[in-house]
Design a protein. Structure first.
Length: 333
């Protein structure tokens, strides 16, 4: 049975663009539209949507207030539509429970195909099964001595921002570096880093080229730049996209594996696609420890599922248990 999408936007033009784009996505249909937040809340029980796209800027009841009401009363995945001028609001929406967002280009007519492609990709990822295989996998106990961990790398995509907020706000004090690649457009990663910085006693920064790596700091890869580690510093580049994304998790993981070898812990969180699988392989080859988020707590099981299927994961854990493991690692240090 097709999944049902509700489109919430005050612009008739945007409602048509989204509705027309969804026609090309297998397994989903538009159940209905809403012109503002109040209209959306009145229609949810009748339309029974499985997914909602929600504009941030609307009259009567804006996207943030609408999202709060939806999350308080329903378990429905929400994808926000946001402009670059609303980065702080977008990060707040992700923290409140939106699973992802799609950036509205400043000139939609010139970037219409790109917008449609992103819409189809992100909505389509929620329609597909979380994991296309149901193979049972026996847990493997962590083989490395966590007291020897000198760095942690984390990769995430769809659903990642909320997962990262949970992990970061529950961290104890840290005295090793943590590096994060989250698939996110240019302009949004700075706001995300600033928000995370307020949630923890550690220092959280958007990484810059040639920035010296320091213990006790969490580095976020900037949107539209690949991030690598080299000779004690951050190296950024604008090479071609890998797996259709920039920044790519694989580049971070592969370079970190070379730098920290058996003293590295790699964590792959919720996200679509297979980015991070090759990087996890490099971490394993160098003797590091690998952890993947389990299917039950992943919004999209693509990235962790790919790494698991390829036999590259030492431990499959819920998000809560990943947090506990991180805390154990950092307390031992």
């Amino acid at each position: 049975m097709d999944k049902r999408l509700m489109v919430v936007d005050d612009s008739a033009f945007m409602r048509k663009i989204i509705s027309d784009s969804i026609k090309d996505v297998e397994g989903i249909k538009v159940a209905g539209i809403a012109r503002n937040g109040i209209d959306a809340l009145e229609k949810i029980d009748r339309l029974k949507p499985d997914i909602i796209t929600l504009d941030i800027e609307m009259p009567k009841l804006n996207g943030i207030e609408t999202l709060k009401e939806i999350k308080n009363n329903y378990d429905i995945p929400v994808i926000m539509l946001s402009s670059i001028t609303k980065t702080d609001t977008t990060i707040k929406a992700l923290e409140l429970g939106a699973i992802d967002f799609i950036e509205k280009p400043e000139n939609l007519n010139e970037n219409l195909d790109k917008f449609k492609n992103e819409l189809e990709l992100k909505v389509g990822s929620l329609v597909a099964c979380k994991n296309c295989t149901n193979n049972e996998r026996k847990k493997i106990s962590l083989s490395n001595d966590i007291s020897k961990t000198n760095a942690i790398v984390i990769g995430a995509s769809t659903g990642g921002p909320k997962a990262l907020v949970y992990l970061i706000e529950n961290l104890p004090s840290i005295n090793i570096p943590i590096f994060i690649t989250q698939h996110m457009p240019k302009g949004f990663t700075l706001s995300f880093a600033e928000r995370l910085d307020k949630l923890t006693g550690a220092r959280v920064v958007e990484a810059k080229d040639n920035m010296k790596i320091e213990n006790g700091t969490i580095y976020i890869a900037p949107g539209d730049f690949h991030m690598r580690l080299e000779n004690g510093s951050i190296k950024l580049s604008k090479e071609e996209k890998l797996h259709g994304v920039r920044p790519a998790v694989d580049y971070l993981f592969e370079s970190a594996a070379k730098t920290y070898r058996e003293k590295l812990v790699g964590i792959i969180l919720t996200g679509m696609g297979r980015d991070g699988t090759d990087g996890m392989k490099k971490i394993k080859e160098k003797g590091g420890t690998t952890i993947a988020q389990d299917e039950a707590t992943s919004v999209v099981f693509g990235m962790p599922g790919s790494a698991i299927e390829n036999g590259l994961v030492d431990e499959v854990l819920s998000l809560e248990n990943i947090s506990k493991t991180l805390n154990n690692i950092l307390r031992v240090k």
